[in-house]
Ligand binder design. Structure first.
Ligand code: FMN
Length: 190
């Protein structure tokens, strides 16, 4: 797959088949993440590959967090449904990689370092796509929870979680969100 094709055809994979991925493929894609542009060569990266045992613990934490938001106890059917939903989300993908950015007291450096990590996630996703795997950049409650930082051994004062990136074989159709027409967003100056 050439670069233009990869850029145009990569899509976010929402749903995954229960699947595995060879470690070499994951590491190759992570190496490409390090080729993202990085102003002042600050090397703000930290990547955490989260294995199945830890993902199982994450699932339990997510389940407890969901149950705590309820005003009435969940029925056995509701519990089974929640368990299935969380398994599909947290256990089915072949891999889960947490992309973190070093914290900085300098807001300009923080913003530029975030940009580097964001570019790294795109590199990672494109590399995986070129090697036949889908991925998804996820944010949301689980990525900001204190319990997640603790479970993953990430010190919030040192690193910020920028995204959970899920990797694996897609299940079902992949939505292809529309993009704006180039001319709606392009301004050309003389
Ligand atoms: C910063 C960022 C955070 C995202 N967080 C989520 C998320 O929490 N859940 C989700 O389903 N997709 C998430 N996405 C993926 C976007 O929803 C997705 O890129 C968008 O719908 C366009 O689809 P495409 O990637 O297939 O082009 C995120 C993307 C970015 C850049």
């Amino acid at each position: 797959m050439d670069a233009l094709e990869a850029l145009r055809t990569r899509r976010t994979t929402q749903n995954y088949q229960p699947s595995e991925i060879p470690q070499e493929i994951l590491l190759t894609a992570l190496e490409t993440a390090l080729y993202a542009p990085n102003h002042r060569l600050t090397y703000p990266w930290r990547f955490v590959i989260v294995g199945r045992e830890t993902r199982q613990q994450l699932k339990e934490q997510a389940k407890q967090a969901k149950l705590q938001t309820r005003s009435t106890p969940a029925s056995p059917e509701e519990l089974a449904k929640l368990d299935q939903q969380l398994s599909e989300k947290l256990l089915y993908p072949a891999a889960m990689v947490v992309f973190c950015c070093a914290q900085s007291k300098d807001p300009v450096r923080q913003r530029e370092d975030y940009a580097t990590v964001a570019c790294s996630i795109q590199n990672f996703s494109l590399a995986l796509h070129a090697m036949g795997y889908g991925s998804k950049w996820g944010t949301g409650d689980l990525t900001t929870a204190a319990s997640t930082y603790q479970l993953l051994g990430i010190e919030r004062e040192q690193h910020e979680i920028i995204g959970f990136v899920w990797v694996g074989q897609p299940e079902g159709a992949i939505p292809r969100p529309k993009r704006p027409d180039l001319h709606e967003v392009l301004q050309t100056l003389p």
